[in-house]
Design a protein around this ligand. Structure first.
Ligand SMILES: [Zn+2]
Length: 347
């Protein structure tokens, strides 16, 4: 009857009676439910396999995020669930056990500091801040923004004026790092990439473009590398002016990147060039207003790299940039200089 009232089975009563027999100091043994070592647990091997998979994803060097951050960047063309699917497929192929999505997601977020890299479009932070400001904040920012727009307009006019002058006016810029090979195939996502750099010099009066292409095995992308390419360009300009028996003034335009264009190495080079290259009378360097670079060389970047499916050609043939030698000039009508060429320029 008690059992019916309490809604219990006889097993509970038997357990209590058994435990009463083992009373220690009048205290009944504690409940043992769930206190065993037979829980289903994910083995360390599986967790390590997840970690290995995440480690196998290639980290990319971001052109825009070079600040001292410990965050690692991976190609943003895949989501975590897509990465998990790749991991699962790979385990299935090898016939080994794999974790569930939740475990993969937890390890990805808790044990790593990884962000998905999406190339940033060039946008002016000040203009963006003004656009998104509240009416109250806009009043505060108005004067600064007006000055900024005026400077932008003045910079544009200055460039137009330079274009009609007798000086040689050129814009130069280093394109965002291009990892090679690249493409839609899943296998390409995980292979080691070779960082390729493309430095363009665009002469405004005759629309002549020079592309300097090298990869990370040949050189970095700091002030010395940029200065070497500018030196090569100046040597060529000097030779041309010499043939035409002219003395020229050169005006360069670039963005404000201190690691590449706005530093003492570049100015040391200009000083050296003016004193050694006889047909170059002067070199002036003007910087664009930050966020409004109006750089014609950017069109050369997109023509050279994006529209021509160069990346797919890498996949088809080989990944070394020397195949660019045949690809870029044919497609875009630009001058191409490879690393070996401008190394000899100084000798
Ligand atoms: Zn702006």
């Amino acid at each position: 009857m008690f059992m019916a009232i309490l809604g219990i089975h006889s097993k509970i009563i038997r357990t209590v009676q058994e435990k009463q027999g083992t009373l220690t100091k009048g205290i009944l043994q504690a409940e043992m439910r769930g206190k065993h070592n037979k829980h289903a647990s994910i083995s360390d091997d599986i967790k390590n396999a997840v970690r290995n998979h995440i480690n196998s994803i290639l980290r990319i060097e971001s052109h825009y995020c070079r600040s001292e951050t410990k965050k690692e960047y991976i190609d943003g063309s895949k989501t975590i669930s897509e990465l998990y699917r790749d991991y699962k497929t790979s385990c299935e192929k090898q016939n080994i056990p794999y974790s569930n999505y939740l475990m993969y997601y937890t390890i990805f977020n808790n044990e790593f500091n990884i962000a998905f890299f999406i190339p940033k479009k060039d946008q002016c932070e000040l203009c963006l801040a003004f656009k998104n400001a509240s009416p109250g904040e806009k009043i505060e920012l108005q004067e600064k923004h007006d000055t900024h727009l005026k400077e932008k307009e003045l910079s544009r006019k200055e460039k137009e004026k330079d274009k009609t002058s007798n000086s040689v006016v050129a814009v130069y810029d280093l394109q965002a790092v291009l990892p090679c090979p690249t493409g839609d195939a899943t296998s390409l996502y995980y292979v080691s990439k070779l960082n390729v750099f493309n430095f363009t010099v665009y002469q405004l009066q005759n629309n002549e473009v020079g592309c300097y292409v090298w990869h990370e095995g040949q050189g970095q992308r700091g002030a010395n590398e940029i200065a070497s390419r500018v030196w090569h360009y100046l040597v060529n300009l000097n030779a041309k002016a010499h043939n035409e028996e002219k003395i020229i003034d050169v005006i360069f335009y670039s963005d404000n990147c201190t690691g590449q264009n706005k530093n003492k190495f570049i100015f040391a080079l200009y000083t050296f060039a003016v004193s050694t290259l006889e047909n170059i009378h002067s070199i002036t360097h003007r910087y664009f207003i930050t966020g409004h670079t109006q750089n014609e060389g950017i069109s050369a970047h997109s023509t050279a790299w994006c529209d021509c499916d160069v990346s797919e050609r890498y996949v088809d043939s080989c990944l070394m940039p020397h195949c660019l030698q045949s690809v870029i000039p044919l497609l875009c009508g630009v001058l191409l200089w490879l690393h070996e060429v401008f190394l000899r320029a100084g000798t």
